[in-house]
Design a protein around this ligand. Structure first.
Ligand SMILES: Cc1ncc(COP(=O)(O)O)c(C=O)c1O
Length: 405
């Protein structure tokens, strides 16, 4: 076959030159270290930052559920059905978020795609069963995740799709005022992982209620970390519970895989025949059982796991700031080094790699153009020695690339 009319070769060459043409691989679970054999990198990439899948009790849940329920979904929710582990998880999630019901998906991205598809399509299954959302207007925070934007990319901007400046409630209100009389759904995240900002969720939901708009919060990043009254952002999280829909991903604090959307009983039934619930695999039963177990662990039995982790992140960020590194000053568990220029971000990435440290680059389309960052996620398994190695390397890299000046 002649591929010369295609751009694969040129694109692949560009990826090779950036040194990111294939993902890194490991002979250990995603965690504080990465690589094969004795020569491991210290890893700041994994989003399962609490490492809970490696705890013996969590592993027991995963293994026992694999033996009893298997890892195969057996088909879609609507044809084959779900396991008792899924059903228990969905009940626990709905209760945790004070919603009537919950639907689980294979991942957070599939939950977002399923939701946006359901909210914007005209689904005429038969003359007796229709869900016509072809007039619905979606209003997005500009920094919302790719998997949210992807689901609305065919909507005409300015007619069925609008966006408000990141976390800017006044701008949102001006858009909603102009859309009075239409069916509107406002979509935003709780915690934005690239710059660590937290949405003013109380105020956003107030405005949505004032204008009769539905609200959808993607809480992939803050789930089980924020919410309790003794932690930061309690007020924001009380606001989140008032939103019409709450989505979470199981990839982060829970540290397995899967996603859910919680909402009213009727609205979540509308998700069942949608694309990503009906036409692809759901969460695996072991992941569902592990999630229910971990929710109870972090919310009730050992909340100090999160409190200790957040203290570790605070100390880490304060030290980087004291050393003049250009890190965002937001007080969440995500710390990013601001770089800006994409090419420079990859140079800095390689400089860290040469020193045995892996920090992933987030550049367009994960970040805005010219707003590339290296995202650092402290792992529960990082030792003091790992972190000291990181600080030593950062001082050298800061001076070499003039970071933060
Ligand atoms: C805000 C947000 N939403 C959705 C997702 C997608 O979740 P998942 O990785 O479970 O597909 C992510 C993943 O990084 C995310 O950060």
């Amino acid at each position: 076959m002649d591929y010369s009319n295609w751009e694969f070769a040129k694109f692949a060459q560009g990826m090779r030159e950036l040194g990111v043409d294939r993902p890194p691989f490991s002979d250990v679970m995603p965690g504080a270290l990465q690589g094969v054999g004795d020569d491991k990198l210290i890893n700041f990439a994994p989003v399962n930052f609490l490492n809970l899948q490696s705890r013996e009790d969590v592993m027991d849940v995963i293994v026992e559920t694999s033996r009893s329920l298997g890892i195969a979904s057996g088909g879609s929710r609507i044809s084959q059905g779900v396991s008792v582990a899924h059903s228990a998880l969905e009940d626990a999630m709905a209760a945790y978020h004070k919603k009537e019901a919950c639907v689980s998906f294979g991942s957070g991205a599939l939950a977002n795609l399923g939701f946006t598809q359901m909210m914007t399509a005209n689904q005429m299954f038969n003359p007796m069963l229709t869900l016509d959302h072809s007039d619905v207007v979606m209003v997005f925070d500009r920094d919302a995740h790719w998997s949210l934007w992807k689901g609305v990319e065919t909507l005409k901007y300015g007619e069925r799709l609008f966006s408000f400046k990141h976390n800017d409630v006044e701008h949102l209100e001006s858009i909603l005022r102009d859309l009075a009389g239409k069916r509107v759904c406002v979509v935003f995240e709780s915690v934005y992982s690239l710059d660590g900002t937290v949405a003013p969720m109380h105020d956003i939901v107030d405005v949505c209620e004032k204008y009769g708009a539905l609200s959808y919060v993607d809480d992939a990043n803050g789930f089980l970390i924020y919410g309790p009254s003794h932690r930061r952002f309690h007020r924001e999280y009380e606001g989140m519970l008032r939103s019409s829909f709450i989505m979470v991903s199981m990839k982060k604090a829970v540290g397995v895989e899967g996603g859910v959307v919680c909402g009213t009983s009727d609205a979540t039934i509308a998700l069942e025949p949608g694309g990503t619930a009906m036409f692809t695999a759901g969460m695996s039963a072991p992941a569902a059982a592990a999630t229910t177990y971990i929710m109870d662990l972090l919310a009730n039995r050992e909340p100090e796991i999160v409190d200790n982790y957040l203290r570790k992140v605070d100390l880490f960020r304060a030290r980087l700031q004291a050393e003049g590194m250009p890190v965002y000053d937001t007080q969440t568990c995500f710390t990013s080094i601001e770089i800006g220029d994409e090419a420079l971000a990859f140079e800095v990435y390689h400089a860290y790699l040469e020193k045995g440290l892996h920090l992933p680059v987030y550049a367009y389309p994960a970040a805005k153009r010219k707003k590339a960052v290296l995202r650092i996620i402290i792992n529960e398994g990082h030792t003091d020695a790992h972190l000291e190695k990181f600080f030593d390397a950062s001082r050298e890299i800061r001076d070499k690339f003039n970071l933060g000046v």
